[in-house]
Design a protein around this ligand. Structure first.
Ligand code: PBG
Length: 334
């Protein structure tokens, strides 16, 4: 038969497919999340996140050098403090693991953008992302406005330690404006803010909370994290953050919210980041361990989908894996 249209003509060989490919991933746009705690020589595997570790300041520098050699764009640090309290005061302790690691990475890995997650949940004994006040609705309500200065203080602490970017993830209203004002007042006008703008109350954070020990003791995060059913609200959150001074905005989790990424990318003119979170990573690993999916191909496909949706920065635990697959040409030959 004389078919005029044969799209398969361009699919015949790996070389033709490579030439025809509309979307490409690059290590420079990947950001690796890293967990740091106090101590030395720590390289503890995380049970629910195969291939991921808890580091100390000395070992995180080695990991930073490895990621830098692989061409990965940046890292985002999460702290596991020695002490937790009701206010999360370890979050702005200059001797804490995150500020120490930021300073060490700045000196050892100048080619890597170092980011610091700004939130209280890793540092509070109750595990919520802000401080609590007792109200008629129960003791687990987070006091939005009382939390803002604490987040600003934490952001200033990280900027002072050498963070290239601070990334507030507490989902408090006005957190970007408060942090911008705090940074400016402390002389850090040039420290950019990557806002976790559209972060949903997700089932996919489970492995992270195990790793960081940040599962809320009582209640859940639905009073501050977004309802995953609300795409219009996601755009509103991103627009508000840009108005408050965000230099880049983020959607999280990435995979379940690809429409949010697309809608936000169309609505704002700053870089859009997406976070492929711990549960997305762990699910792919779990299925692969059972022999049900091919991990490498599944990682490629999920990252491609996030990129196609419109994210230019991708936070992913596959960052090192992906950078290796991209630079070796393996993901070109698919
Ligand atoms: C802190 C924070 C969380 C994640 C990133 N920043 C946990 C949460 O909101 O419970 C989750 C990241 C992941 O699951 O990989 N608020």
């Amino acid at each position: 038969m004389d078919l005029v249209h044969r799209p398969r003509r361009l699919r015949q060989t790996p070389a033709l497919r490579r030439l025809t490919r509309e979307t490409r991933l690059h290590p420079a746009e990947l950001i690796a999340p890293l967990f740091v705690e106090a101590g030395r020589g720590i390289h503890t595997p995380l049970a629910s996140m195969p291939g991921q570790f808890r580091f100390s300041v000395d070992t995180v520098v080695e990991e930073g050098k490895r990621l830098e050699r692989l061409g990965v764009g940046g890292v985002i640090l999460f702290g596991i403090p020695a002490r937790k309290d009701a206010r999360g005061a370890s979050g702005w302790d200059p001797d804490g693991p995150v500020p120490q690691a930021l300073a060490a990475l700045k000196a050892a890995c100048p080619g890597l953008v170092s980011m610091a997650d700004v939130c209280l949940c890793e540092y509070t004994d109750h595990g919520h992302c802000g401080i609590l006040h007792a109200t008629a609705r129960g003791a687990t309500d987070v006091d939005n406005d009382a939390t803002l200065p604490l987040l600003a203080q934490e952001a200033v602490c990280y900027a002072r330690a050498g963070a290239d970017v601070v990334a507030p993830s507490a989902m408090m209203d006005g957190q970007v404006a408060a942090i911008r004002a705090g940074l400016d007042a402390a002389g850090f006008r040039d420290t950019p803010i990557l806002a976790y703008s559209a972060k949903s109350a997700s089932a996919f954070y489970g492995p992270f909370r195990d790793a960081a020990g940040s599962t809320p003791g009582k209640g859940d995060r639905k009073g501050y994290q977004m309802d995953p059913a609300n795409p219009r609200e996601a755009v509103r959150e991103a627009l508000l953050d840009v108005e408050e001074g965000a230099d880049a905005v983020m959607v999280k989790p990435a995979g379940p919210n690809l429409d949010w990424i697309r809608d936000i990318a169309e609505a704002v003119d700053v870089p859009v980041a997406a976070y492929q979170v711990s549960g997305e990573y762990a699910s792919l690993h779990a299925a692969a361990e059972r022999g049900w999916i091919d991990l490498d191909r599944a990682a490629y496909e999920t990252l491609l989908g996030i990129r196609r949706a419109g994210a230019t920065w991708i936070l992913t635990y596959f960052a090192a894996h992906a950078a290796e697959a991209i630079t070796s040409g393996r993901w070109d030959r698919v």
